[in-house]
Write a protein that binds this ligand. Structure first.
Ligand code: ADP
Length: 473
């Protein structure tokens, strides 16, 4: 007889409904990949729950019956909707705290706390209203981690079913703001935990504390969070939980990110028709208003404008390359200061550097297909998807040796890797890349090596399945 594992998968964003960053990519694919692992012996019924952000784009939403969750002497109404995405049941949770805060992530920590605490509480009530019982709650990052805390406190109630908790750690430094008062207002008590005192009221630490398994998004990052440098004050606590901590590399959507069929490209190509890639470089140069020249190295930054990503270092490196013949495109939005710095670079080098300060998924694909190298000088990088997408498109990554970048980019085999967080180290790596670029054969080998890599989700999904199985035994 086949066994079914029911998994409620919670995330703040998921492609194609709403995507701001890498989490959106992961939550858009992993739940479907997990469902696809179902076979005669084991059936995985994974269901995705997302906040009904005002910017969500979803068709055919069916409203569920309204329900409410108690708060103080009154109640907060929950509007839930359901739909399916290629067979994956998807639920959206709406309500005043979500409506009141337009963007997925705002700069207002208090509003975000209200929104995500409400979302996590409501999501834990959802199963009752859809007549379906999860065996595992799988949360992602701080936004949804309170669900695990609520799940654990429910488990303590007499007669409650054991529901296991898994958290995927995409970004440790973002822990959310103090939710002590909010939890109390929802009637959830703060437990005695072995967390450091400052962390006992923060959503992510509470979720980590309450989870049965902690998964970092790369083996490299799983090791790094145990160190003082990357552990954000939680490394002692995480070392105590070492047994339940593992690293599973994210995959990319190999179907969506496929240069042989990508609709965003005017010229498709694959390993078999590799020569056609060159046309994409020239088309990109033309689109950006740069000189059409197959020989000038075209560098790219496709990233959130955030210090985590080391884009400041990339800008300083480019500034220090005055005497070198290159072109560069910067695609990204985020920190206004970094956006301004990108604009200044464009003003300084109008013929060389183009700053596209927007979120543009199609342009990103055209850059992956046209640029020679992508720069990722991250200060820390839990996994990183951009370097994998880049390799899939034959764009060679130049990365810092950290977290998932270190796990995925092999020096001189698929890319260029540097250690020190210093712009001159990046410049040296770019120069090494440019030198190789002059040797067409060698360069093509690097590109082909990257394009041939299997970054599919299947292997990662199998690892997650093993974790679920170990928890529901
Ligand atoms: P993070 O999740 O830290 O932002 P990742 O490398 O894991 O970084 O994922 C970033 C994803 O967002 C990639 O798919 C990348 O192509 C995409 N992306 C980042 N900035 C932009 C942008 N301005 N326009 C389009 N896509 C972007």
């Amino acid at each position: 007889m086949s066994k079914t594992i029911n998994v409620l998968f919670l995330a703040a964003e998921a492609d194609p409904f709403i995507k701001v960053g890498g989490l959106g990519d992961v939550a858009g694919v992993l739940p479907r990949e997990l469902r696809a692992l179902s076979n005669d012996e084991i059936k995985l019924d994974v269901r995705l729950v997302l906040p009904y952000h005002p910017a969500v784009k979803a068709e055919n939403l069916r409203p569920l019956d309204l329900f409410s969750i108690p708060r103080g002497d009154s109640e907060v109404g929950v509007e839930a909707f359901e739909t399916t995405l290629n067979g994956l049941p998807v639920y959206f949770i709406g309500g005043e705290p979500i409506r009141a805060n337009g963007s997925v992530y705002s700069l207002d920590a208090a509003k975000d706390s209200e929104k995500y605490a409400f979302f996590s509480m409501a999501a834990m009530e959802l199963p009752k209203h859809i007549n379906w019982q999860p065996d595992v709650i799988h949360a992602n990052d701080w936004h949804t981690s309170l669900s695990l805390y609520v799940n654990l406190t429910k488990r303590w109630e007499a007669g409650a079913k054991h529901v296991a908790g898994v958290i995927t750690l995409h970004n440790l430094p973002f822990m959310g703001a103090d939710v002590g008062a909010i939890l109390e207002s929802y009637g959830v008590k703060l437990a005695q935990t072995d967390l450091p005192e400052w962390a006992r009221v923060l959503p992510l630490p509470l979720g980590l504390w309450a989870s049965d398994a902690i998964v970092a998004v790369s083996p490299g990052y799983a090791g790094e969070v145990l160190t003082e440098e990357f552990g954000c004050g939680l490394y002692d606590f995480l070392n105590l939980r070492k047994e339940s901590l593992s690293g599973i590399l994210n995959g990319i959507d190999m179907v969506s990110f496929d240069p042989s069929v990508d609709k965003a490209l005017s010229v498709n190509y694959s390993l078999d028709t590799f020569n056609r890639r060159a046309e994409n470089k020239e088309l990109l140069q033309e689109k950006l208003g740069l000189v059409r020249d197959p020989n000038v190295p075209l560098l790219a930054v496709i990233s959130r404008m955030d210090v985590q990503k080391g884009v400041d270092l990339a800008f300083t490196a480019l500034k220090n390359m005055k005497r070198i013949n290159f072109q560069a495109v910067i695609l990204g939005t985020g920190d206004p200061k970094l956006e301004e710095a990108a604009r200044e670079l464009q003003t300084l080098f109008p013929d060389k550097i183009k700053a596209e300060l927007k979120f543009d998924a199609n342009l990103a694909r055209q850059i992956y297909a046209g640029a020679d190298m992508i720069l990722m000088p991250s200060r820390y990088e839990p996994c990183g998807l951009a370097q994998m997408i880049a390799m899939r498109y034959g764009c060679v990554p130049v990365v810092r040796s950290v977290g998932g970048l270190k796990d995925t980019v092999k020096p001189n085999e698929t890319g260029f890797v540097f250690e020190k967080m210093h712009h001159m180290s990046l410049v040296s790596a770019i120069k090494a890349g440019m030198k190789t670029l002059t040797d067409r054969e060698k360069w093509e080998t690097l590109q082909r090596n990257g394009m041939a890599k299997d970054f599919s989700w299947e292997a990662s999904a199998r690892e997650y399945l093993k974790i679920y199985q170990s928890l529901v035994k």
